[in-house]
Design a protein around this ligand. Structure first.
Ligand code: NAI
Length: 708
């Protein structure tokens, strides 16, 4: 049974304990057990109250995403949701006090069950979280979450938890009212729950009192009406209309606040059905749930290799990347030697780590003792012999082949001979860099993203000679620093930089064709990219873009190949001639006034021949921007740059921010439909050139009716 029914002294404890899964979820087994428990409760004669708790380390993890992902029938969603909610409603209107003894994380449907209790007590456990994160999977808290939270906290207070899916830890939950009380240990949790039942025999939900008013007022109150009027616009500013779930949540909350509880609950179900059956929810559940879990569970880790722990890490270069790598490594409990050209420079890097930690302390997210402990693990150094004992060295010195060769040899002379050497190069092929190594089988690429402390992805690059054990060690290290590892083979630009480059180039090509710069930037954002193509070029720096292009040209010529021409090249050259390299120089596609917001450089229009008559529709620009990245992803796959579809989707979103609502570069094609995608490629290729030609492998896949 998914729920154990235990009765003592007139109090029934419902112990959630899924018989086959390690966590409790709201699946059909739960539904049946819950219904049975309710019937028993309703038949009890001497019942004093009910406690809901769990036998697992989590309270209840939420909905059954397996079936939610597979199902497409709106009626199924409506009926099953209404049935679940009828059960929750029956519990809260049982006429006896019901307490949620939240002994572990309660998210989504788990927290919605807790909301259907009259009182919530959480165990003081630093790992415990509560919240309604449905929106992050394109869903809406349809188990009563919207309706009850609005009635508990008021519209304005509830919005961040509903529309952003904020999860909170126990202290914060108590402060904002998501839980009512806390307990230091499991015994106290049960004692407090029982005491509350004894003290509140007539407990009722506030919304079941005749005089109930929503805290802060409903949308008829002028101050609330004002907020309600602008909320959709504020939301659209962030989502560009690409995410149906937050909009549906807003609607359900506001419309539900104008009617009685049961009507509100039904409105919530209807909005839930609309988002649960949407393509966006399918994309997001696919990628952020199933695929991300697979990646983190070691999907691309070589089979049959024992866990490869890392204990002491050398970081070469204490610059922008190096200090970030030292930070995340020490944070995860490993010792770090942070080495730069001099002790002084290394200390500067460590000071930047201290600054990051201090920020956490000042925000109350870390104690000063913990900060000192982490800093104590980082030893700054100007001397390579301090790398003694390191079983992993990550190099983040300047992007220069000779320098990288030199530091590789220096490190190998001092570190453990069994250790692994990793390069954080952004552009240089790993196999070539490994030539400087005495142990190329222990050489690997670990491509971090900037800023290291924020960006979740690490691209692991496997060189020709990299061994399985080395790859496994890199993989385990990335998981240990709580980042997401994807694995790619050695190739120019690897996966992420190569595909990202096509986004930038397409934006510049649009400019070269005489499209309006503002229209290009808007199309980038509306497509779902985090930054427009011109702004991101300024951030990367046009000087660097030019340098990489010329280096690639040289490398390709040395291999007897020629670099394909691209309309973006002329744009970069013209900008450099005009002395406009980018943000760092204060002048690129944008102007960067010292104390004001950046704005597009007005000369762009005349420089690139803006012509209103040539303006193409925004959707055409959006398609070009998204298609070109998906096409390059397929080319990477055809060339063996990566094997795993999961890695491609996750890498695209976590690496360079490819439109998250699409579920990633390959899922975008699935959702578009492969045949439709190929047809659209043909149209785009005819108008804009061969770069939009669908690869043969894609045409074949479309004909076979297969997806990625
Ligand atoms: P940076 O210029 O901020 O730092 C480089 C550091 O290396 C400097 O502190 C320098 O003093 C130090 N260094 C030079 N010679 C050294 C030696 N012999 N031994 C020890 N340290 C030495 O550069 P950044 O941006 O941190 O880049 C480092 C590497 O990471 C480059 O290969 C870059 O391509 C790569 N990368 C950079 C990204 C970025 O966004 N900046 C993203 C991903 C990779």
């Amino acid at each position: 049974m998914a729920i154990r029914y235990e009765k003592e002294d007139g109090i029934v404890t419902l112990v959630l304990d899924h018989p086959t899964k390690s966590v409790n979820i709201l699946d059909s087994a739960f539904g049946a057990a819950f219904q049975e428990s309710l019937e028993k409760l309703q038949a009890e004669e001497d019942l004093k109250g009910v406690i809901v708790t769990s036998a697992k380390s989590t309270f209840l993890a939420g909905a059954d995403l397996d079936s939610m992902f597979k199902e497409t029938d709106p009626q199924w969603f409506f009926d099953s949701t209404q049935a679940l909610k009828a059960g929750f409603r029956a519990l809260e209107t049982l006429g006896k006090p019901v307490v949620a003894a939240i002994n572990g994380t309660a998210l989504g449907g788990g927290y919605e069950l807790a909301l259907s209790c009259h009182h919530r007590i959480a165990l003081q456990n630093p790992k415990l979280q509560v919240g309604l994160p449905e929106v992050t999977l394109g869903l809406l808290p349809g188990g009563g979450g919207v309706t009850r939270l609005v009635r508990m906290l008021g519209l304005q207070e509830a919005f961040p938890y509903l529309t952003e899916g904020k999860r909170v830890k126990v202290d914060k939950a108590l402060k904002v009212g998501l839980v009512d009380d806390v307990a230091a240990n499991a015994d106290e949790l049960m004692t407090k729950a029982k005491a509350w039942i004894e003290a509140n025999p007539n407990a009722k939900q506030p919304w079941d009192n005749k005089k109930f008013r929503i805290p802060g007022g409903d949308p008829r109150r002028p101050s609330v009406a004002q907020m309600v009027a602008i909320a959709p616009a504020m939301l659209k500013k962030k989502t560009f209309g690409n995410y149906p779930a937050p909009q549906a949540i807003l609607n359900a909350a506001i419309e539900g606040a104008l009617v009685d509880f049961d009507t509100a609950s039904r409105i919530e179900t209807r909005y839930f059905v609309s988002v649960a059956t949407s393509q966006v929810a399918k994309n997001m559940i696919n990628t952020f749930w199933f695929q991300l879990n697979k990646v983190n569970a070691g999907g691309s880790r070589p089979d049959g290799v024992e866990p490869q722990p890392t204990e002491k890490v050398g970081v070469l270069g204490a610059g922008m990347m190096g200090h970030g790598i030292a930070y995340v490594t020490a944070f995860a409990g490993m010792d770090v030697v942070l080495k730069d050209v001099s002790l002084e420079r290394a200390e500067e890097g460590k000071a930047k780590v201290a600054k990051l930690l201090k920020k956490r302390v000042s925000r109350g997210r870390m104690t000063s003792e913990k900060m000192e402990e982490i800093l104590g693990r980082i030893k700054p150094s100007g001397d390579a012999s301090d790398l003694e004992g390191c079983d992993l060295v990550v190099e983040a010195v300047f992007e220069d082949r000779n320098l990288k060769a030199k530091v590789t040899q220096e490190a190998e002379g001092a570190m453990l001979s069994t250790g692994v050497f990793a390069s954080n190069t952004s552009t240089l092929p790993i196999t070539g860099l490994a030539e400087a190594s005495e142990r190329p089988e222990k050489f690997v690429g670990l491509h971090f993203f900037s800023p290291v402390e924020k960006m979740k992805l690490v691209e692991i690059i496997v060189g020709e000679q990299t061994s399985k054990e080395t790859l496994a060690k890199a993989f385990d290290y990335v998981l240990k620093i709580k980042k997401v590892p994807i694995v790619v083979n050695d190739n120019r630009g690897f996966y992420t930089s190569r595909v990202f480059g096509t986004y930038v180039n397409e934006g510049l090509a649009l400019l070269a064709e005489g499209q309006h710069p503002r229209a290009i930037e808007s199309a980038g954002l509306k497509a779902g990219m985090p930054v427009g193509p011109l702004a991101v070029s300024d951030e990367v720096n046009l000087g660097l873009i030019h340098h990489i292009r010329e280096q690639t040209r040289k490398d390709m010529e040395a291999e007897g190949q020629t670099l394909p021409e691209h309309p973006a090249n002329a744009v970069v050259d013209k900008m450099l001639e005009a002395g406009r390299k980018g943000k760092a120089q204060g002048a690129g596609f944008y102007e960067y006034p010292e104390n004001d917001k950046k704005f597009l450089w007005p000369e762009l229009q005349s420089m690139f021949g803006y012509d209103a008559d040539k303006a193409i529709p925004q959707q055409e620009m959006i398609d070009r921007i998204l298609f070109i990245q998906s096409l390059e992803t397929i080319r990477c796959r055809d060339e063996g740059v990566f094997d795993s579809v999961e890695d491609a989707n996750i890498g695209s979103i976590f690496g360079w921010g490819f439109a998250p609502f699409t579920g990633g570069t390959l899922q975008f094609i699935n959702a578009y439909g492969l045949k439709n995608f190929v047809n659209r490629c043909n149209e785009l290729a005819e108008k804009y050139g061969d770069r939009f030609q669908a690869p043969a492998s894609l045409v074949e896949r479309a004909e076979k009716g297969e997806t990625f």
